[in-house]
Design a protein around this ligand. Structure first.
Ligand code: NAI
Ligand code: MG
Length: 365
């Protein structure tokens, strides 16, 4: 059956980088027999401009009918003064919620050619290849919250007549933990069969349940080596010796922080893809960077994060790991040949534009 892909360029540099992904899709269809069709939709500021909504109903309908979605980026200064519910990022949060995309896969991969871009010593990070699996629809970002003025408020032995008090709740059910942990075990099976679960089980009740469920699910994956780290130690280990990790699985808030640390280890925001998946294997794939208003429209953006997002789409949603490997190898070869966009060029190195980078990848497919 022909796979259906929805392309959502969004705002800023989104249209420029998604255009390169479309060229790659066409090449895979015409020259490598990929059975695929695609259409375009509007999201973010582009959705607002055309329909008055950051997630127009027509876009959501197209998304529901697609096997996979490739998104550029949303947002920009033009939209900063809009009311909250009309802002571009609402489009992104809305589509994640509507499709139930609970599993966020964030690889941190540092090609050896770019090891100099990291803030760590090249030998610590050259060849770094880790995958952070973050729970995306539960936990403290979605738990019960409150904000109130409380009379006679006590903390320990300290009491004040009046305090402004705000709270958020970290709550997880066993099934939410189980499904994200299974996603992580499956991913580890496709990689180096090492899974590290990150929690704070020495302090948090929700983390104790997390750890219990990981131990239960682990019985179904005897071929995967499991370890557990408290999140504070995991943060230290990530900057001390990041290459010890293969797959990391963790909750929403810890994953938010750890995945940004891991991204920074690579030093190249224009190189990092991501995937968000639901239980049906439907996925939304997008570069981790934003709409880069400072360089948008100039044809100089790095399209590789978007092309690597397309590789994840091929691997996870279309089950074409062979073509994903091919695309990732083409990217690696282009880097090895010395081609650089401005964001990954060393001082004094020659730079190419967005389209030249895309063409070079296609030439090596
Ligand atoms: P950003 O990721 O857009 O840009 C940060 C820096 O990285 C900028 O200097 C930019 O030029 C550079 N950069 C990013 N992607 C690049 C690429 N592909 N090639 C070369 N250089 C690249 O983050 P920033 O500036 O904080 O946010 C800009 C806008 O993007 C805001 O409106 C923000 O809300 C939105 N945003 C959207 C996200 C999304 O759609 N998922 C994620 C993060 C931010
Ligand atoms: Mg973040």
């Amino acid at each position: 059956m022909t796979a259906k892909i929805l392309l959502l360029p969004g705002d800023g540099l989104g249209p420029e980088v998604v255009a390169e992904a479309e060229k790659v899709l066409a090449a895979l269809r015409d020259r490598h027999g990929l059975d695929v069709s695609w259409e375009y939709g509007l999201i973010g500021g582009a959705g607002y401009d055309a329909h008055g909504e950051p997630l127009p109903a027509v876009t959501l309908e197209k998304a529901r009918g697609a096997d996979a979605i490739l998104l550029g980026a949303v947002g920009g200064p033009k939209y900063d003064t809009l009311p909250k519910d009309k802002r571009p990022e609402r489009g992104l949060l809305g589509i994640r919620a509507a499709l139930g995309l609970y599993a966020n896969l964030r690889p941190a991969l540092l090609y050896k050619e770019l090891a100099g871009a990291s803030s760590l010593k090249p030998e610590l990070v050259a060849g770094l290849d880790i995958l952070i699996v973050r729970e995306l629809t539960g936990g403290i970002y979605f738990g019960k919250r409150s904000s109130a003025v409380v009379e006679n408020y006590s903390v320990g032995s300290h009491t004040v007549a009046q305090a402004r008090v705000a709270s958020d709740t970290e709550a997880y059910s066993d099934f939410e933990i189980e499904r994200i942990v299974r996603t992580a075990f499956e991913a580890a099976r496709l990689r180096n069969k090492k899974l590290c679960s990150v929690d704070k089980a020495n302090v948090l009740e929700s983390s104790q349940l997390w750890r219990e469920v990981v131990l239960e699910v682990a019985k179904d994956y005897p071929d995967v080596e499991v370890s557990h780290l408290y999140v504070d130690n995991a943060a230290m280990q990530l900057v001390r010796a990041p290459k010890q990790f293969d797959v990391i699985v963790t909750n929403n808030i810890f994953g938010d922080i750890l995945s940004d640390i891991a991204a920074q280890l690579t030093g190249s925001i224009g190189m990092l893809p991501s995937a968000s998946m639901n239980a049906q294997g439907q996925g939304l794939y997008e570069p981790i960077h934003g709409s880069a208003p400072d360089i948008a429209g100039r044809g100089i953006a790095n399209p590789l994060a978007t092309l690597l997002s397309l590789a994840m789409l091929l691997r996870y949603s279309l089950k074409r790991g062979d073509l994903a490997d091919k695309l990732e190898q083409a990217v690696q070869q282009v880097l090895a040949s010395g081609l650089r966009t401005g964001d990954i060029a060393a001082p004094g190195e020659a730079k190419v534009g967005t389209q030249a980078m895309g063409d070079a990848v296609i030439a090596r497919l």
